[in-house]
Ligand binder design. Structure first.
Ligand code: HAM
Length: 428
């Protein structure tokens, strides 16, 4: 690459520009609001974690575990020890034990918002750095938490205003009943092996549950007659699944039972669920998913601890807002712009801005452009107010305060500015 060539963002990675941030903020604020209304506490965990935590978390035989992890090499490492997190659940469980939250009243209910990293083929709705709203209930196995987590996730999508969603629900059993079911599933698919897509031929041995969510047309005809896990749940798993459905029904939460829903990560037990956007076809239609993961704590070396959680895709939620025609108006950089009209006015403009800033957000235009050009760009940027001053006005400590909506303008003393702006410019 020549030194003069403009360097672009790496493939699958992108910037969220200020004009797009308003929609993102709406989605993020809805997440914070809903999480707090349900009594979940915010947590932060590192974006870089030991590779073993991540691999044992998501499972080595999953797409994420086998080919999507970004490994980090530092100058001290002969081989990588760290990786970028592809999801946050394993980290939150680690933090729960390391931070002593397992000693607090149980369950502990936590949430976070942040970037995740997966080295997958980029396409619309699928990025290599993407953002999740993740929440987890750790330390209680009651099915009531499964239902609450589903309700919280649905409340988030409703708070954003995304209407076209369907909730898909399934139970994938546990260590008691799943092994026998998997043997049945393998016995069903083995005679069909030659007719399956090569990925499914491999899955048949490494991760047979994933045969059920294969999207390849050549595998589709065999699915309908495959044994369904919900017909082979052990008694406790069946009772828990019935309880989740009873609670959802009582809460008026609509769902579709989908016996083929298995999720892409290995740690799930019993309840699994996903919210699909009905307007989006294909593999990228999942706005979020989650489920119970009672075996994850032991998989990463901690005491056996039941837990359930969910992660929503923020990028996709923002995308769907636009798709559903919801316009989020971008915010101007500030409410007031101080515009010095030429001459030696930088110090005065900075002081006016400093005074006004106690009342409203305030920016100053220090450029060397003409007053006309500054006013034109102030109008374009959408400032609510503009405070204009020339040298004589600066000497008298006054500005011309203009209401950019009505076009009215009046002289205002610098020290009256905060009160005048807080009063919405009354008297202009
Ligand atoms: P997941 O289904 O892998 O679950 O991801 C959750 C959501 O993150 C997806 O439904 C999707 O909206 C979004 N997402 C995933 N990958 C991408 C991508 N490459 N680009 C854009 N968005 C993406 C989990 O991550 C689990 N940790 C959820 C969980 C929490 N289970 C229990 N607790």
């Amino acid at each position: 690459m020549s030194t003069s060539q403009a360097i672009k963002a790496a493939r699958g990675l992108r910037d969220i520009l200020p004009s797009e941030r308003a929609a993102w903020r709406l989605v993020e604020q809805a997440a914070h609001g809903v999480a707090r209304r349900f009594g979940y506490q915010e947590i932060e965990v590192p974006m870089i974690e030991p590779i073993e935590l991540i691999e044992r978390g998501v499972g080595a035989d999953t797409d994420v575990g086998s080919k999507e992890i970004y490994r980090v090499i530092t100058q001290d490492d002969a081989k990588p020890r760290l990786a970028l997190r592809p999801e946050a659940t394993a980290s939150v469980v680690r933090a729960y034990f390391e931070g002593g939250l397992n000693q607090a009243p149980q369950p502990v209910r936590l949430y976070l918002l942040g970037p995740m990293f997966r080295h997958d083929r980029p396409q619309a709705g699928r990025y290599r750095q993407f953002y999740q709203f993740d929440f987890e209930v750790i330390g209680d196995g009651s099915a009531a938490w499964d239902a609450e987590v589903i309700e919280l996730a649905g409340s988030w999508l409703a708070a954003i205003g995304i209407a076209q969603v369907s909730l898909e629900l399934n139970s994938i059993g546990d260590a008691n009943c799943r092994p026998a079911y998997l043997e049945r599933l393998k016995a069903y698919y083995r005679p069909l092996k030659d007719q399956l897509h090569p990925d499914c031929q491999r899955r048949l041995e490494t991760n047979p549950l994933r045969l059920l969510d294969c999207k390849e047309p050549q595998c589709a005809p065999f699915k309908a007659a495959a044994p369904k896990i919900t017909d082979h749940l052990c008694e406790p798993c069946a009772a828990a699944f019935a309880e989740v459905r009873r609670l959802l029904d009582a809460g008026g939460i609509e769902y579709r039972l989908n016996p083929y829903l298995v999720r892409g990560l290995d740690y799930y037990t019993r309840t699994v669920f996903e919210f699909h956007h009905t307007a989006l076809g294909g593999a990228q239609n999942s706005l979020g998913g989650g489920g119970r993961y009672d075996g994850l704590a032991t998989a990463i070396g901690y005491p056996d601890t039941p837990a359930v959680g969910f992660a929503g895709g923020i990028d996709r939620a923002v995308l769907m807002l636009a798709q559903e025609g919801q316009e989020v108006v971008p915010e101007p950089p500030a409410e007031l712009l101080v515009v010095p009209g030429g001459g030696e006015l930088t110090v005065a403009a900075a002081e006016v801005a400093r005074i006004a800033r106690v009342a409203v957000s305030t920016a100053a235009d220090y450029s060397a452009r003409s007053l006309r050009a500054k006013m034109r760009s102030a109008g374009k940027a959408g400032y609510r107010w503009v405070a204009i001053l020339d040298e004589a006005e600066a000497a008298r400590r006054v500005v011309q305060l203009r209401d950019m909506v009505s076009g009215e303008q009046r002289e205002v003393g610098w020290d009256e500015l905060p009160d005048r702006l807080l009063a919405g410019g009354n008297g202009l």
